[in-house]
Design a protein. Structure first.
Length: 134
């Protein structure tokens, strides 16, 4: 339960490197009952895409976020957070794609001396279209 806003700079927009960015992050956290916490962080991230052949795309996105200011001490708030996703999308038909993906996340809470991490593997289905609302 939080509101996150980012402001920063994004570089690149070519065939493989879609985005490299550096942002300042402000979070307003409603997670804890009766508490409204604010946090400031810096984040660096990426988005890459590589067309292997027609209808098959290898992509990756992720970020590293470093928190440096909190309105109060909560031991379970993150201090550092890294997340990376790699996926291989295959066009099934029309705008429907399917592909395996792997995600790795590593983070440390303010009240912990060690990092926690998880690794997820799965298959995703995506429907990609432009609705032309604007």
């Amino acid at each position: 339960n939080l509101i996150r806003t980012n402001a920063g700079i994004s570089l690149f927009d070519n065939q493989v490197i879609k985005s490299l960015y550096l942002t300042g992050v402000y979070e307003y956290d409603f997670t804890y009952s009766g508490e409204k916490l604010s946090k400031l962080a810096a984040e660096i991230g990426w988005r890459l895409e590589y067309g292997i052949r027609d209808g098959i795309t290898l992509s990756s996105n992720g970020y590293y976020r470093e928190y440096f200011s909190y309105s109060q001490f909560i031991s379970t708030d993150l201090e550092r957070d890294f997340s990376a996703v790699v996926r291989l999308d295959t066009n099934l038909w029309g705008d429907l794609t399917m592909g395996p993906y792997v995600q790795y996340r590593r983070a440390r809470a303010r009240g912990a001396d060690v990092y926690g991490s998880n690794f997820v593997m799965g298959i995703s289905f995506n429907y990609i279209t432009t609705f032309g609302l604007l």
